[in-house]
Design a protein. Structure first.
Length: 324
């Protein structure tokens, strides 16, 4: 900048004003500065300018895993929305242990705001850094008071699934749940159990997977070894796909013998044989709303809470309960 100022015959302050698009620079001086910049090949250092202003135009996304469909889709929503607002996105992986956080995960990052994708713990607080140097949004209903939260209404969705299946005449609904430490899995499981109790229906023992199709297959095989369900609510669409395979191998038809409902509405769910009834969890929208909340905290740091409803999409995998 000093070289540009000397060549243009102006002060470094004038060069700074031209670089930052500030007013109060005469056209002749502005033209001289721009000509000197071109001649010297000068380009403003964006990082240095950001450090001076405290404005990095960067979103930090803290995550533990991106294996799940929900986490990946939420990240896509964050990245797309950030780009639309002129922000870049940096990924900050957390540790795999439940109680520790990488030292300086946020303090040493050149970011304006942070979005935390909570995945596995039962309390959002343990996945949020103990010190928040920038406005922070947590993708979980379990966010600490110092952070904003954006989440999906897991409870009403699971209740809607149970009501749908009981309305088809099924005596009860079996549940293929996700990992026990998962916040969404526990929320869906609790809502499923409460809905059955309130309806006066038997509450079967839960079988559990790890969100993968293979785990859904193994869990359903174990279930079929001791019981013959007529309705199965899987914690996500991948496990529902595994359940499809196990039911097919057992000679059972969907939905004539067993009705199956998934969760997430992945792109492939409409192509399952038959197309899968599933809960739409709009994770892309969750990511976009989280970005909006994060940017809003730059103007007003007061934490906010937003809960987005899920939607039951009924397809051909659910039908009337088979005759006794």
């Amino acid at each position: 900048m000093g070289d540009v100022a000397r060549l243009a015959g102006v002060s470094t302050q004038t060069v700074s004003r031209v670089v930052n698009g500030e007013p109060y620079v005469t056209e002749p001086k502005k033209d001289a500065v721009l000509a000197a910049m071109r001649e010297l090949g000068y380009r403003p250092n964006a990082a240095a300018r950001a450090m001076k202003r405290g404005d990095f135009k960067t979103i930090g996304v803290l995550y533990r895993t991106l294996r799940s469909v929900g986490n990946r889709k939420a990240l896509e929503g964050i990245v797309d929305a950030a780009a639309a607002h002129g922000y870049s996105t940096v990924l900050i992986p957390t540790t795999t242990t439940r109680s520790s956080y990488p030292p300086g995960a946020l303090e040493q990052s050149s970011i304006d705001v942070a979005i935390v994708i909570v995945s596995s713990s039962l309390g959002g607080d343990v996945e949020v850094p103990p010190y928040l140097p920038v406005p922070t949004v947590v993708l979980s209903s379990g966010a600490p008071e110092r952070a904003s939260s954006v989440s999906i209404d897991e409870t009403s969705g699971a209740r809607e699934v149970v009501a749908h299946l009981l309305g088809l005449g099924h005596r009860t609904v079996h549940h293929l749940a996700g990992p026990e430490r998962s916040i969404p899995a526990r929320a869906r499981e609790n809502a499923w159990r409460e809905a059955l109790i309130e309806a006066g229906c038997p509450v079967p023992e839960v079988v559990r997977g790890d969100w993968s199709a293979e785990s859904g297959y193994e869990a359903t095989r174990a279930l079929l070894a001791t019981q013959r369900p007529t309705a199965l609510f899987a914690g996500n669409d991948q496990m529902a796909l595994g359940a499809y395979r196990a039911l097919f191998e057992a000679g059972l038809r969907i939905p004539e013998d067993v009705s199956v409902v998934g969760c997430d509405n992945i792109d492939e769910s409409v192509s399952f044989p038959p197309p899968l009834t599933t809960l739409l969890m709009d994770w892309d929208l969750i990511g976009r709303q989280a970005l909006q909340a994060a940017l809003g905290m730059l103007d007003d740091p007061t934490p906010s809470t937003l809960t987005i409803p899920s939607t039951l999409i009924v397809r051909a995998s659910t039908g009337p309960a088979p005759a006794p």
